[in-house]
Design a protein around this ligand. Structure first.
Ligand code: F6R
Ligand code: ZN
Length: 195
């Protein structure tokens, strides 16, 4: 195995590689790993627990999927994945991802929206909140220290290409206990932010 000494760090030399991403469909060809979260994985996240239970009993549909290329989860590497959040509502709340801070909280992430319509909710531990529109061709930069959750307010899957430091890690626990102060609900046929 070849080792390269670089910036004082010895690491394994990876050969360059590429991946095909169908930009119109938002599909990654031959992902190494697929993470699937069904409605049942979202217990405790939505305000209307009865509506989530009904959805689970009605077949526990896939809520979202993450298609990944695997790289070492080490400093210097970039992890890239396609996040696909299906359309729908739990009660009046639009489907969303669990949301997380990065465990290494000083790491950023880019979300390039390939398809669909939605919002990226972001918040800091100190109480700042932002909601950034997501639509095809829009890139959202999630700076270090911002928790992030995507919300699908449209009628088709909300698909983004995400790139972030491979050693960032995911801290779901803080969001499980704190939630997000902003929720996106349908009111009179429109997506509105409620607090
Ligand atoms: C990675 C990232 C995305 C999400 C994906 C699913 O840091 O932000 O790839 O992991 O959108 O959302 P979560 O991880 O919150 O279930
Ligand atoms: Zn992230």
């Amino acid at each position: 195995m070849t080792l390269a000494a670089e910036g004082g760090l010895a690491r394994e030399l990876m050969m360059p590689w590429g991946v095909d991403i169908d930009l119109a469909e938002g599909a990654m060809a031959q992902p190494d790993r697929v993470l699937t979260r069904r409605a049942s994985a979202m217990a405790g996240y939505y305000r209307d627990a009865a509506a989530l239970d009904a959805l689970i009993r009605a077949g526990d549909p896939v809520h979202y999927e993450v298609f990944e290329k695997t790289v070492p989860e080490a400093y210097g590497h970039l992890l890239l994945c396609v996040s696909k959040l299906y359309p729908g509502k739990v009660g009046d709340e639009y489907f969303f991802t669990k949301g997380h801070y990065h465990t290494v909280s000083g790491t950023a992430e880019t979300y390039l929206c390939l398809r669909g319509q939605g919002l990226m909710l972001m918040k800091t531990a100190s109480g700042l909140c932002e909601a950034a529109p997501m639509c095809r061709g829009r890139l959202v930069y999630v700076p270090p220290h911002w928790a992030h959750r995507s919300v699908n307010t449209g009628g088709e899957p909300l698909i983004s290409l995400c790139v972030y430091p491979a050693d960032a890690g995911h801290n779901y626990g803080d969001i499980e206990s704190e939630g997000f102060p902003q929720r996106i609900v349908e009111s009179q046929g429109k997506a509105v932010i409620c607090t």
